[in-house]
Write a protein that binds this ligand. Structure first.
Ligand SMILES: Nc1nc2c(ncn2[C@@H]2O[C@H](COP(=O)(O)OP(=O)(O)OP(=O)(O)O)[C@@H](O)[C@H]2O)c(=O)[nH]1
Ligand SMILES: [Mg+2]
Length: 192
């Protein structure tokens, strides 16, 4: 995918603040600090369009980015990090649930998981929610640069067995760019 433009539109917490609809949207979800924002930057080949951080819980609202003036990426705040203030945690559920269940433009969710750890309980809860609502999901096993080939393949196989073959699992690294083309191909299928 050639990315000719990528611009931040806005951050929103409530429905009234979402951008004007009409374009397909892809949401990026996953645990705190797993590498969601980095994955978006890698896909867009923009080093710092989306703010990333070593401190978990940096992204706290739904962040909308317009790509090639034709579709939208939504960077979600992460879940599952203990040190995030309770008030922030309390907002996460309703904020994400409202978006996922009401946003007509939602074309699919890219669920990002640390390839070293695989699915955690919180990931499984989200997967179940997405399945229940019939939301198409692509799983990305990121930080693949931290594992050797064999381990990545084992992890991918285990995750695929877990989910069933209709959910793709893409090994990925924001540091090496591994998996970037494959993930774009999956995203293209969702927005076409
Ligand atoms: N080795 C390695 N580190 C990564 C990769 N992707 C992200 N990181 C690092 O992981 C940390 C968190 O990355 P972010 O992209 O900010 O993670 P996030 O999921 O957006 O985090 P929150 O917004 O806090 O939920 C940063 O220190 C990144 O440099 C990757 O593919 N490989
Ligand atoms: Mg983030």
């Amino acid at each position: 995918m050639k990315v000719s433009s990528a611009v931040f539109i806005r951050a929103a917490e409530k429905k009234e603040d979402y951008p004007k609809g009409g374009l397909s949207e892809i949401a990026f979800a996953g645990r705190s600090n797993v590498g969601k924002s980095s994955a978006i930057n890698t896909l867009l080949a923009r080093r710092n369009l989306v703010r990333t951080s070593k401190t978990p819980g940096r992204t706290r609202m739904l962040n909308f980015f317009l790509i090639n003036e034709s579709f939208i990426f939504v960077d979600f705040p992460g879940y599952g990090y203990a040190a995030v203030p309770q008030a922030v945690k309390d907002k996460w559920g309703p904020m994400v649930e409202t978006y996922l269940t009401s946003r007509k433009e939602l074309a699919g969710v890219v669920l990002i998981v640390d390839s070293r750890h695989g699915f955690m309980e919180s990931d499984r809860r989200l997967i179940e929610f997405l399945g229940h609502h019939g939301i198409v999901t692509v799983v990305v096993a990121t930080k693949a640069d931290k594992l050797n080939r064999g381990k990545i393949r084992d992890r991918q196989r285990a995750m695929t067995e877990d989910l069933g073959a209709n959910v793709p699992v893409v090994p990925f690294s924001s540091h090496t760019g591994e998996g970037k083309n494959e993930l774009w191909n999956q995203i293209k299928k969702l927005i076409d």
